[in-house]
Write a protein that binds this ligand. Sequence first.
Ligand code: F6P
Length: 539
Amino acid sequence: MTLDAAWTAFEAAAHATEAAPTRIVDLFSAEPDRLRRFSVEAAGLSVDLSKQALTAAGLEAGLALVRTAKVEAARGRMFEGFAINTSEGRAVLHPALRAPDGAAYTALGEPVSGEVEGVRGRMKALADDLRSGAVRGATGEAFKAVVHIGIGGSDLGPRLVWEALRPLDGPIELRFVANVDGGEIAAALHGLDPRSTLVVLVSKTFTTQETLANANVARAWLAGTLGEADAGKHLAAVSAAPDKAVAFGVAEDRVFGFADWVGGRFSIWSAVGLSCAIGLGYARFAEFLAGAAAMDAHFLEAPLERNAPVLMALAEVWNRNGLGRAVRAVVPYAQRLRLLPDFLQQLEMESNGKRVTREGAPVARATAVAVFGDAGTNGQHAFFQMLHQGTDIIPVDIVLAARGEGSSDMNAKLLANGIAQAEALMVGRSEAEVRAELEAKGMDAAEIATLAPQRTFPGDRPSTTIVMDALEPQALGALIALYEHKVFVEGVLWGINSFDQWGVELGKTLAVRILGELEGGALLPHDPSTAALIGRLKG
Ligand code: F6P
């Protein structure tokens, strides 16, 4: 079978469900094995896809598609360190970062695991020494705060991990700065004492405008109290261009490297996680890595039909390519995971928001969906109205932690809401049921005719539920790696390079030109709208 024929068969299975609709809830009786077949255990997570619209026939066609697209061979090439990021000639080896000591990964044939372990050892040493007070600031004070400066992949992962796992009381507090907006760094530095603060500069390229601007502000803030000579003692850096960090003024032994085979949005497992290792303690950071490694093992070893990333990718392409659904909501029922949607926006949309194939031809099918979301139950009071009754069908990922923080009563309420939303989305509430209820209340017929449709829930709206035992480092590592591998599988099916991001370049280049104009340089030719904006905003 050709790939195109496999895609056509898969899409035909989806279209068949539109021609002769079966409601998702009725699939459970039509497919008696459905719950078992669409539920998998993966690295400590339970993933239930049975409330998706993907049918048993669709799953068969999807698995044939996965085989025809040679996903397993592609997976092998990733783990074996081939240059699967073809437009940049780079390997893609984030699993090597979280592999246990003694692994033997290679990138483009060169061994890398020794170097990975060396950096991990240095991270652990610094984290331990800062936490114990063995390493102190220039004035002899112990470090009490870390200001992490980075953006995109150098920010979203660490911010998510810290928010998810931060202790209520720890020896070291973390603050994050990403945007080139003086307000953000002012707020982050507010109330901190330079004498007890370490600034960690995180940038793969060490050329990112936002990060360098914030780095300069932070260094000046340090120097204001400590003096120019000692400011450097309060800096550390994480970069794939360590020489640039040293040139900025960071001491060589405080620069932590990572390789070009680590994509920015896949970099939380590298030294980019240094601040988290300091704030959480290295042992918890190591558990986070171990959770991701367990998901790597699942992805490599589980048969395709029980493979969580593969099944999640199939549910997504069923919705996207079979049924034309262009948006997905992510709703973690854990306040500490409220940054998960932000993190997934970069992971999924920067990776798979592509319109040409690896060979440069137009893609045959629509690619990445737009991702949005918020923590439950907060999202219920904002966008769930549209999920239940809007004109578009938006699939939802719901994440639950069986054991939450605080009282069991509050956690039960949180869980009840998450479970209820998935049920309500799927089952809905028929107009007949609503009419009967209104009639029982004695409402008159004319009013019922107006109100009943407005109070009807169409249902048949798909969701995936992911359950973890508790929001612990292992589970978080497994969850992030699950989504990473889902993205990988989708990229293979669509024939795109999930590991470059050329689409972010043009805006960056134009911003540099326009900055010159805003700062008084000669005006350059622009379209009338852009020229008017520059005229309005230049100093
Ligand atoms: O937004 C584009 C991007 O290149 C991301 O891919 C990356 O995570 C981010 O900028 C930050 O880049 P750097 O780590 O090099 O500062």
